[in-house]
Design a protein around this ligand. Structure first.
Ligand code: GRG
Length: 280
């Protein structure tokens, strides 16, 4: 029988090993030698932790089209590098000002703010070098598709734009729809890009790509709902980071709008929607 837990563990182990091998001076140097302090900070912000959900989505979506896990790994690493950069920057004093991430000091606490900014910048930059490398996929047109997908998902119309909307929304006046749009961009866009990148690796036809996109959008909403619920009900120890911050900062979420029971009901419905989208 198919063992999903084993697949999750196998993917996380593969991502950890590949990031560990990639984030070294030899692989990152350019016209000059790579700056060791930044590499140390990149490693701190990306190794030993995280569920590696986005690489798993790349890999599982690619598997639908018969792509072997190892052939989806480099694209998964690129998404994970973007994700880790976003967490490093999100934790900075100018953003969420967090001291803990994945149960360890945030990068600006373990190093300093300037190094954390640069480590995030470097993870962002090298994500695209990973995708441009022929090791990612032998077909250049697939690699260009992956670069475009990840750039759009993480850019102004995706994750970065969602973060901007989130910051603007802290001033108040967000409607339910504003929150949905913000969350779809801030969190959902990278999840959507992960699934679509897996489909692109498998040269999915437009119909399959559309079905997987609907799945990914619902899965992204479910992920954010679960995160909002956990922010209220989970302990900092269980989460490896501060909890209850959204409410303390006056942030509006679906939990503050619907209450816990309402958010849980919406989560169940959203998971069902994601599964239904996979029917084709
Ligand atoms: C700073 C450009 C910039 C963007 C930040 C994604 C994001 C935008 C900020 C992260 C803050 C946050 C709590 C977002 C909600 C989504 C979320 C729960 C992210 C954490 O993702 P997980 O649970 O983390 O996959 P792990 O640690 O497992 O990798």
């Amino acid at each position: 029988m198919y063992d999903f837990s084993a697949d999750i563990a196998d993917c996380a182990q593969a991502v950890e090993a590949a990031l560990d091998a990639y984030l070294v001076p030899d692989r990152l140097s350019g016209p000059g030698p790579a700056a060791i302090r930044i590499i140390d900070a990149m490693r701190h912000g990306s190794l030993k932790g995280g569920k590696r959900l986005r690489p798993l989505l790349v890999r599982q979506a690619a598997a639908v089209f018969g792509v072997a896990p190892g052939q989806a790994l480099t694209a998964g690493l690129a998404v994970e590098a973007i994700h880790c950069y976003s967490l490093i920057h999100d934790d900075l004093p100018a953003m969420d000002d967090d001291d803990l991430r994945r149960g360890r000091p945030t990068v600006h606490k373990a190093f300093d703010e300037a190094t954390a900014i640069l480590a995030g910048d470097a993870l962002l930059t090298h994500a695209f070098a990973l995708l441009a490398d022929p090791a990612c996929h032998p077909d250049p047109s697939v690699r260009i598709g992956l670069v475009t997908e990840l750039a759009l998902g993480s850019g102004v119309g995706g994750m970065v734009g969602g973060q901007m909307r989130d910051i603007e929304g802290e001033a108040g006046g967000f409607s339910g729809n504003d929150i949905a749009i913000m969350q779809a961009m801030k969190t959902g866009a990278l999840i959507r890009a992960s699934v679509r990148m897996g489909a692109l690796l498998g040269k999915a036809d437009p119909e399959a790509l559309a079905a997987l996109t609907l799945y990914a959008e619902a899965a992204g909403r479910a992920f954010q709902l679960a995160d909002d619920i956990l922010d209220v009900v989970a302990t900092p120890e269980a989460m490896g980071k501060a909890t209850g911050k959204d409410a303390a900062m006056g942030k509006q979420t679906r939990v503050s709008q619907l209450g816990l029971d309402g958010a849980r009901a919406e989560l169940d419905a959203t998971i069902a929607e994601a599964i239904a989208a996979l029917t084709p």
